[in-house]
Design a protein around this ligand. Structure first.
Ligand SMILES: O=C(O)CCC(=O)C(=O)O
Length: 287
């Protein structure tokens, strides 16, 4: 996109990078940057990395890999990659260290970079992943992370984009509010696991798409043999009809799809559920 068309772009080519993540941060950063370069060669306008792309996903990895935003090493790499390749880059997520009222806290944070390399937005995961399925998976992000306190949108061309991280995908109220704020595309870097992934990942992504009448993309790390947390993978992009436009399997892969604002507008016109809502009987509160 040139500068003029960027302002009004109604179609975008998205690249979702389902990358393999190792325990070595420098390796992950190099790998991410090289995959962003590969996506650029395929003419991607918007590139999205997975949740926790700079370190393995797991509570013991958050503190040693945490960085300040936007001055840390991972943000510097993301800014450079966006600027070098002249594209919008959503930096999956990283563990963020932030001193809040004199107390150091950690967040699971996604950063958004403009083609000039500037930080456009950051989203701190709002809903922490605390679950307990006996004999299957127990995970408590809140042991080490603090929850974000706000929702996050940003604009690319004519698109308003709503951002969430992984467990945020389960909360339809958040997606509904993004729709009410004018979003047409929702992005969820995420890393579902082998218990919840097979049953819920596709179901939730398609449900959020049909409910909000938005394009929805979810971007996972590749599944790595021997890793403590087995990512389900299966990154995908779904259109407002709930149709899967592209989908990865478990391994490292970049998947691509074109999105068009006309599809959003037509679907909303043809099945106009938003104007048919009985807000006299119910509503989603937007504070
Ligand atoms: O909701 C799930 O099943 C998985 C969520 C998750 O892995 C996360 O929030 O990082």
């Amino acid at each position: 996109m040139n500068t003029a068309s960027k302002i009004m772009a109604r179609t975008l080519k998205l690249a979702l990078i389902q990358m393999e993540v190792s325990a070595v941060k420098a390796e992950n950063l190099m790998r991410a940057m090289s995959l962003v370069g590969e996506a650029k060669k395929q003419n991607a306008d918007v590139v999205v990395l997975p949740e926790c792309f700079n370190s393995p996903y797991g509570t013991k990895h958050f503190e040693p890999n945490a960085e300040e935003v936007p001055t840390g090493q991972s943000c510097t790499s993301l800014s450079d990659a966006a600027k070098t390749n002249k594209l919008h880059l959503i930096g999956g997520s990283i563990p963020e260290r932030l001193v809040d009222n004199g107390t150091a806290k950690l967040f699971n944070t996604s950063t958004v970079w403009s083609p000039e390399g500037t930080l456009m937005a950051k989203h701190q995961k709002v809903h922490l992943f605390d679950i307990d399925i006996p004999g299957k998976i127990t995970f408590k992000e809140s042991e080490t992370l603090s929850p974000g306190r706000g929702l996050t949108t940003f604009d690319i061309g004519s698109w308003k984009v709503g951002l969430g991280i992984c467990y945020d995908l389960r909360f339809n109220e958040m997606a509904t509010i993004y729709r009410k704020m004018g979003c047409s595309l929702l992005l969820y870097p995420g890393a579902f696991n082998m218990t919840t992934g097979p049953l819920h990942w596709e179901l939730l992504i398609r449900a959020r798409a049909v409910d909000t009448q938005c394009y929805v993309a979810a971007i996972a790390p590749a599944r790595t043999k021997g890793a403590g947390y087995q990512s389900y993978g299966n990154s995908m992009l779904v259109d407002p009809w709930g149709k899967i436009l592209c989908r990865a399997d478990a391994d490292e892969e970049i998947i691509y799809a074109d999105i068009d604002l006309s599809t959003v507008e037509e679907f909303r016109q043809q099945i106009p559920v938003y104007s048919q809502r009985r807000t006299d009987l119910y509503d989603t509160v937007e504070k």
